[in-house]
Design a protein around this ligand. Structure first.
Ligand SMILES: [Zn+2]
Length: 407
C-alpha cells in the first residue's frame, strides 16, 4: 500500500515537471516592433493565461504551441478608435442598424484587436449595444457615447437638443468606466453651441476625452479647436468637403491655428471613412511632419467597400505617403492606446493582455485610393498573418499554427 502511494506520488511529480508546459504560446524569431517599449528587433514572446508572460531575445522554455514567425513582424494588436459597430436590424441606420458592421467579421483579418465605437450609441441605447454586440464579440469593444441619448438614429432624433443630457451621459460612463472611453459630438446642423458644450460638460464630469466627429457645418474649425481641451480628439483630419474648412491653407501649409491646437494637446485622428481622406490634405500634411495621431478608420458598411478598406490598407497607404513602418505601427497601437487612456493596451509590457498581430510586408505594385477618386502607388503592403486576442489565435491566414494533414 505504502509503495503504491509512493509510486503515485512519483508519477504525479514527473507528469507535472515533464509534461506541463510553462507557456501556452511562444512566438519565435519574429521582428518585434513595440514602439512604446523601444523594441525594434528580432525577439521571442511568450504568452500565459491570456497575458504577455515574457519577451526576450531567446525563450527556451516549453510551450503548448510554438509559432515560427521568422521573416515576419510582430507588434501589439492594432487599435481602431473610430468605428461603427452597433449592428442591428434597423434599416438605413447606424444605431442598432444595418449600416454598422459586426466587429469580429472585419477586425481580426486586419490585425485589429480593439475598436472604439464612435458614438453610434448614446446613454439610452448603450445597454442594448453592450448586450447585443460588446458582450457577444471577441474583439475588445470600447465606446464613445454620443451626446444624443439614442445615438446615431438619423438627423431628426440625433439633433434633438432636448435629448442631450450631460448628467445622464456622465452617469452611464461612470457605470462602465473601463468600456466607455469618452463622449462624442457629431452630426448637428444648428448654430447654437449647446450640443458641443453639453458634450464637453459630460466629458468633463466623467473625466474622459471628447471625440469630435465633425458633420457640424455651422461651427468653424477654429472655434471647435479653441473649445476643445488637451487630450480631446478631432477626427476626419484630412477631409476636404464643404461642411468643414480643410486643415491645409491656401498656401499649401497646415494652418497655423491647427498647429497651435496640436501644440495645445488636441489629438488629430484619421477618420478615413467614405469621405474623410483626401490626398490633397494628407500628402502635404505628412510631408510637413503633421501625421495623424491615430488611424481611426471610421469602419462601417460603406467605408470598408470604398477607398478605406481596412486598417492594414490604411497603414500601407501612409507608408506610401512617407511614414516609416515603425511610425505606422506606433500610430496604430501605442498612440491610439494613449488617446483612449488605456496604457495596458498597444504595447507589449509583461503582464499586459496578449493582444498581438503577426504580419508580413508584401513587395510589389499597390494602388491606394482617396475619397476623391485619386490614387497613389506604393511598393509595400502589410498583410495580417495572425491575430491573437487575449492569448488566443483568432486569425491565421496561412495556417502558421496548424499541423500537417496525416498521410
Ligand atoms: Zn464615424
Amino acid at each position: 500500500m505504502k509503495r503504491r502511494r509512493i509510486t503515485v506520488a512519483i508519477f504525479l511529480f514527473l507528469s507535472n515537471s515533464l509534461f506541463a508546459q510553462k507557456y501556452e504560446l511562444i512566438i519565435k524569431g519574429g521582428h518585434v516592433i513595440d514602439p512604446a517599449n523601444g523594441i525594434n528587433r528580432i525577439m521571442d514572446i511568450a504568452v500565459s493565461k491570456g497575458t504577455i508572460a515574457r519577451i526576450a531575445v531567446t525563450i527556451k522554455d516549453s510551450s503548448e504551441k510554438v509559432i515560427n514567425a521568422k521573416g515576419l513582424y510582430v507588434s501589439p494588436g492594432f487599435i481602431d478608435i473610430h468605428t461603427h459597430v452597433f449592428v442591428g436590424t434597423q434599416a438605413g441606420l447606424f444605431a442598432n442598424g444595418v449600416n454598422s458592421v459586426s466587429p469580429d467579421d472585419f477586425t481580426f483579418r486586419s490585425g485589429v484587436t480593439t475598436v472604439v465605437d464612435a458614438g453610434t450609441s448614446g446613454w439610452r441605447s448603450f445597454p442594448l449595444f453592450k448586450k447585443q454586440v460588446i458582450d457577444q464579440s471577441r474583439t475588445r469593444i470600447l465606446a464613445f457615447l454620443n451626446i444624443a441619448g439614442e445615438g446615431m438614429t438619423g438627423a431628426e432624433r440625433e439633433e434633438n437638443t432636448e435629448d442631450m443630457d450631460a448628467d445622464s451621459t456622465a452617469k452611464m460612463i461612470r457605470q462602465f468606466p473601463e468600456i466607455i472611453a469618452g463622449v462624442k459630438i457629431g452630426h448637428y446642423n444648428g448654430k447654437e453651441w449647446m450640443p458641443f458644450e453639453t458634450a464637453l460638460n459630460a466629458a468633463g464630469k466623467a473625466g474622459k476625452p471628447l471625440f469630435v466627429e465633425c458633420h457640424l457645418p455651422q461651427y468653424t474649425l477654429q472655434e471647435q479647436l479653441s473649445r476643445m481641451r488637451p487630450g480631446d480628439i478631432i477626427t476626419h483630419t484630412f477631409e476636404n468637403i464643404s461642411e468643414r474648412m480643410p486643415i491645409i491653407g491656401e498656401d499649401g501649409k497646415v494652418r497655423s491655428f491647427v498647429l497651435d491646437a496640436r501644440k495645445k494637446g488636441i489629438l488629430f485622428d484619421l477618420g478615413h471613412g467614405g469621405a474623410g481622406f483626401w490626398f490633397d490634405q494628407a500628402a502635404p500634411a505628412v510631408s510637413q511632419g503633421f501625421f495623424p495621431n491615430s488611424f481611426g478608420t471610421d469602419l462601417h458598411r460603406f467605408s470598408m467597400n470604398s477607398a478605406m478598406k481596412d486598417m492594414t490598407n490604411v497603414m500601407s497607404k501612409f507608408m506610401a505617403l512617407g511614414m516609416t513602418l515603425e511610425e505606422v505601427v506606433q500610430t496604430a497601437s501605442w498612440n491610439a492606446a494613449r488617446a483612449i487612456r488605456h496604457s495596458d493596451l498597444g504595447n507589449l509590457k509583461e503582464g499586459n493582455p496578449a493582444d498581438l498581430v503577426i504580419f508580413s510586408i508584401r513587395k510589389g505594385q499597390f494602388g491606394f485610393m482617396d475619397s476623391a477618386g485619386k490614387s497613389i502607388h506604393g511598393n509595400k503592403k502589410l498583410e495580417t498573418e495572425m491575430t491573437i486576442r487575449a492569448g488566443k489565435i483568432v486569425w491565421d491566414l496561412n495556417g502558421l499554427s496548424a499541423k500537417k494533414p496525416e498521410q
